[in-house]
Design a protein around this ligand. Structure first.
Ligand code: NI
Ligand code: MN
Length: 242
């Protein structure tokens, strides 16, 4: 538990993230937990969950969505195709949406935004169409705004995301290979005009070589954005980000 009066963000490693809000809501973004080598064992079983957000169909993001939705009865928000897929697995407590849309969830406004990536859902030897990859902007009831970029390259419309939503903090992939690396993430932070970046999607696999130190170096030239590098399982309170 946290002593924060605001939002508490806990990074579970890779893209998986939980968010606790002041009204007691628990949100899980990209529920890859059981098979996630970065997630501490003590945090692998998730209970009392209200909402799951899925950025795209790749297994390192969809992860345990079916099992977690089933066991916690949490509501799931994802793109239309992913919610259709979940429906075929018996998960009906979902809201399918698409890029540009906003869904109200209790006190939070959740907007799906663009990502430059792919979204196929692997199942055995085949890949099901998983719609478009996305990111999420969450505007919490206390006006704190978080942007979780999912998997993406940097793109110039991040400037538009910054202008439209004024995010306080961005969780940005920095590992490279499947996403942007530290140099791209530094450009993204500048366009988004955020106070802090929490780096994600690095270190999980050997190919994801980008590091928070490289992001700090890339940022130092241009801005005063704070890099908040968490250990998997570590939490940070809103007050320590802005
Ligand atoms: Ni991906
Ligand atoms: Mn990924």
């Amino acid at each position: 538990m946290s002593a924060s009066n605001g939002i508490t963000i806990t990074w579970l490693g890779h893209a998986a993230t939980t968010i606790d809000t002041p009204d007691g809501t628990k949100i899980l973004i990209d529920p890859w937990v059981q098979g996630n080598p970065s997630t501490p064992d003590a945090l692998k079983s998730i209970e009392n969950l209200d909402l799951v957000l899925i950025t795209h169909g790749h297994s390192d993001h969809m992860g345990d969505a079916v099992e977690i939705a089933r066991s916690t009865r949490a509501h799931v928000i994802a793109n239309f195709e992913i919610t259709q897929y979940l429906g075929s697995k018996g998960i009906e407590n979902t809201t399918g949406m698409n890029i540009g849309g906003t869904v109200q969830w209790k006190g939070s406004r959740i907007s799906m935004v663009n990502a430059i990536h792919s979204s196929g859902i692997s199942e055995g030897d085949s890949i099901a169409y998983g719609g478009s990859a996305s990111g999420f902007v969450i505007e919490f009831e206390n006006d704190f705004v978080l942007y979780h970029a999912g998997d993406t390259d940097v793109f110039e419309d991040m400037k538009l995301i910054g202008d439209m939503y004024s995010p306080d903090v961005a969780m940005l992939p920095i590992g490279g290979h499947f996403t942007m690396g530290p140099t791209g993430a530094a450009r993204a932070a500048g366009m988004l005009d955020v106070a802090a970046v929490i780096p994600i999607h690095y270190g999980t696999f050997p190919a994801l070589t980008g590091t928070p130190a490289e992001l700090e170096n890339a940022l130092r030239k241009a801005s005063d954005v704070k890099v908040v590098a968490l250990q998997p399982g570590q939490s940070v309170d809103q007050e320590d980000l802005v």
